[in-house]
Design a protein around this ligand. Structure first.
Ligand SMILES: Nc1ncnc2c1ncn2[C@@H]1O[C@H](COP(=O)(O)OP(=O)(O)OP(=O)(O)O)[C@@H](O)[C@H]1O
Length: 357
C-alpha cells in the first residue's frame, strides 16, 4: 500500500513517549511503548479491557512511575526512572470517567476551581466563555447532582480546560453515557478541543468513539502499542491481526495459497495481495463484515443460516460453512433469511496476515 512521504524537517512533538515500560511489582503492564503527539493533535488510545490504557495515561499524568524509557513534554523529561515531575507541576489536565466534580460547589465554582489565582474579572470571563463553549451558560448556579451525565461531563471538561493546560488527558470520558450521547459528545469534545487549541489524549475501548474523536489512533494490546496512525489508515491497513480485531468486526479464516495468485478460503477465493508467498502456504485472513456479500456470484459458496440478530436496517447473521466453520456477517435487512435457510455468500476482499500457526 502507498504511504505518504514524511518531510525531512522534524518538528519537536508536544508529547513524546519513548520506549516506555511500566510495572506493578513484578508484572510488566506497559512494554516498549513509543509515540509522539504533535501540538494541536487529538489522539485516542484504543484497546481491550486490561491492555494498559489507563496505566499509560497515568504515567503521562504523573500518577504512576515508569520503570524504563521516558516521557517528554515540549522536549522536557517529565517521567523517567530517575525523574518524576509531580503531577501538579506538569500543566496536564485530566478528565476522569466518573466526572469527579465537587458536589458542594456550583457548576460555575467547579469550572473556576483551577483558576483561583487569576484576577476576579479575568476568572469570571474565562469561566463564562467556557460555560458558553460547553453550552451550559444557563446552569452556572446549579449544583452537579441536578445535571445529566452528559452535562456533568461537559462541566468536567470545562473545569479541566480552564487553566489552559498544555495537554489534556481524558480517561474513558464517555463510558457512563448511553450510546447515542457518547457519539454526540465525542464529536462535541473534538470541536471544543479544536476551539481551545488544546491537544488531547483520550482513552477509550469504543472504536467508534476513537474514530470520531481522534486525528491519531493508538491501538494497544497486551501492554504494547501495535499501531499509531490516523484512524482511516489503521482501519484500512491494520499492522496485524490483533489490530484488525480491535478496529473492526469480522472473522478470522485460514487460507491456502494456490498457484494462480489466489488464496483458497472456506468462503471462496480472494486475490493474494503480495507475491511473497509460495503455493501451498497457509495464511491467516481477517474478513470484515462488509467484505461478505450475499447473492449469486461465480465464486460464491453456500452457507446455512444458524442464527440472526435484528439490528434495524441491517441484520447480523451467523452462518455455518460447508467445511464446518461458523462466521458472522452483517447484511442489509432486505435480505430476509431464517435459521435453516441456505444463502450464496462471496468474499469481495480480505486482510491477509502471515502464516497461520
Ligand atoms: N494498581 C494496580 N496494581 C496492580 N495491578 C494493576 C493495578 N492497576 C492495574 N493493574 C493491572 O495492570 C493491567 C493494565 O490495567 P489498566 O487498568 O491499565 O488497563 P485498561 O486497558 O485501562 O483496562 P480497562 O479498559 O478495563 O480500564 C491489568 O492487568 C490490571 O489488572
Amino acid at each position: 500500500m502507498l504511504r505518504k512521504e514524511t518531510t525531512a524537517k522534524s518538528v519537536q512533538p508536544l508529547l513524546s513517549v519513548n520506549n516506555l515500560q511500566c510495572c506493578y511489582g513484578e508484572q510488566v503492564v506497559i512494554e516498549s511503548v513509543s509515540f509522539a503527539l504533535q501540538a494541536g493533535e487529538i489522539a485516542c488510545l484504543l484497546g481491550p479491557s486490561g491492555c494498559g490504557k489507563t496505566t499509560l495515561l497515568h504515567t503521562i499524568a504523573g500518577f504512576q512511575p515508569v520503570t524504563a524509557g521516558d516521557i517528554q513534554l515540549s522536549g522536557e523529561v517529565i517521567s523517567s526512572p530517575e525523574i518524576q515531575i509531580p503531577a501538579e507541576q506538569r500543566k496536564i489536565g485530566v478528565v476522569f470517567q466518573d466526572y469527579a466534580l465537587f458536589p458542594h460547589l456550583t457548576v460555575e465554582q467547579n469550572v473556576a476551581f483551577g483558576i483561583k489565582s487569576l484576577p476576579k474579572g479575568e476568572r469570571e470571563s474565562r469561566t463564562l466563555a467556557l460555560l458558553q463553549l460547553v453550552r451550559l451558560q444557563e446552569f452556572g448556579q446549579q449544583y452537579p447532582h441536578r445535571l445529566s451525565g452528559g452535562q456533568q461531563q461537559r462541566v468536567a471538561l470545562a473545569r479541566a480546560l480552564a487553566p489552559r493546560p498544555k495537554l489534556l488527558l481524558l480517561d474513558e470520558p464517555f463510558s457512563n453515557l448511553d450510546t447515542e450521547l457518547r457519539r454526540n459528545l465525542a464529536a462535541e469534545v473534538r470541536h471544543i478541543l479544536r476551539e481551545e487549541k488544546i491537544p488531547a489524549l483520550i482513552v477509550t475501548h469504543d472504536r467508534n468513539e476513537a474514530f470520531i474523536a481522534g486525528d491519531k489512533l493508538g491501538v494497544l494490546s497486551q501492554g504494547q502499542l501495535q499501531q499509531w496512525d490516523n484512524p482511516q489508515d489503521t482501519y484500512q491497513a491494520p499492522n496485524n491481526l490483533a489490530v484488525a480485531r480491535i478496529v473492526s468486526e469480522g472473522n478470522i479464516l485460514s487460507g491456502t495459497v494456490m498457484d494462480n495468485d489466489l488464496i483458497k478460503t472456506p468462503l471462496g477465493e480472494v486475490k493474494l495481495p503480495t507475491a511473497t508467498c509460495t503455493t501451498g502456504d497457509k495464511l491467516q485472513l481477517f474478513v470484515r463484515s462488509e467484505d461478505i456479500t450475499a447473492g449469486e456470484h461465480p465464486g460464491a459458496v453456500i452457507a446455512q443460516v444458524v442464527g440472526k440478530s435484528f439490528l434495524g436496517n441491517q441484520v447480523n447473521y451467523r452462518f455455518l460453512l460447508a467445511e464446518g466453520e461458523t462466521i458472522e456477517a452483517t447484511l442489509n435487512a432486505d435480505i430476509q433469511a431464517a435459521p435453516g435457510d441456505k444463502l450464496p455468500l462471496h468474499l469481495s476482499s480480505a486482510l491477509v496476515f502471515g502464516q497461520a500457526g
